[in-house]
Design a protein around this ligand. Structure first.
Ligand code: MN3
Length: 199
């Protein structure tokens, strides 16, 4: 696994997300999850080779935590874009219709998603998932990178609400960060994620 490049500069999401936070978040935090996932998979390969599965629970846990972190951060960078240059505003077309059908209105969806993101207990994520089985969009939370996961659906939009995602600029005011984040959501990318899952 490799750290993906950001699709924009570290300062591109200013003033909503500051460059220093982006640089640390991508270059240190996400990079650590990539390393953690590679280390866990290497350890599991060694366990298979040596037939010593004494630490399988430890490495499975680390693979889930770091794998969740790698997956969600890779999504997070892509579903953001500079405000006014692909980021912000409201969804349109098929995505707006889908949101209206499943949540009643964009405002109702936004209120639900905001409450989920702000209300995550401790470190985690606010997430919008697409569930192919019944073609529905659903709002979920994840604790850490992987707990509370739903197995039948896939994240198509997510906001990281770990303190490392906002503390330098917003300190303890997570709700202010979530409010600001809506200005950089890349709705076109969210629609593409749904289309890819629909096949
Ligand atoms: Mn993070």
């Amino acid at each position: 696994h490799k750290l993906p490049e950001l699709p924009y500069a570290y300062n591109a999401l200013e003033p909503y997300i500051d460059a220093q936070t982006m640089e640390l978040h991508h270059g240190k935090h996400h990079a650590a999850y990539v390393k953690g996932l590679n280390d866990a998979e290497a350890a599991l390969a060694m366990a298979r080779a040596s037939k010593d599965f004494g630490a399988v629970q430890l490495w499975a846990k680390r693979a889930a935590f770091n794998g969740g972190g790698h997956f969600l951060h890779s999504l997070f960078w892509r579903v953001m874009a500079p405000a006014g240059k692909g980021g912000g505003g409201e969804p349109s077309g098929a995505l707006l219709e889908h949101i209206n059908r499943d949540f009643g209105s964009f405002d109702a969806f936004k209120a639900h998603f905001t409450a989920a993101a702000v209300g995550v207990e401790g470190s985690g994520w606010g997430l919008l998932h697409y569930r192919k089985e019944d073609d529905r969009l659903i709002v979920l939370q994840a604790e850490n990178q992987h707990k509370l996961s739903d197995w039948g659906s896939t994240p198509v939009l997510g906001i990281d609400v770990w303190e490392h995602a906002y503390y330098l600029k917003y300190q303890n005011k997570r709700a202010d960060y979530v409010d600001a984040w809506w200005n950089v959501v890349n709705w076109g990318e969210v629609q593409k994620n749904i289309e890819a899952l629909r096949g």
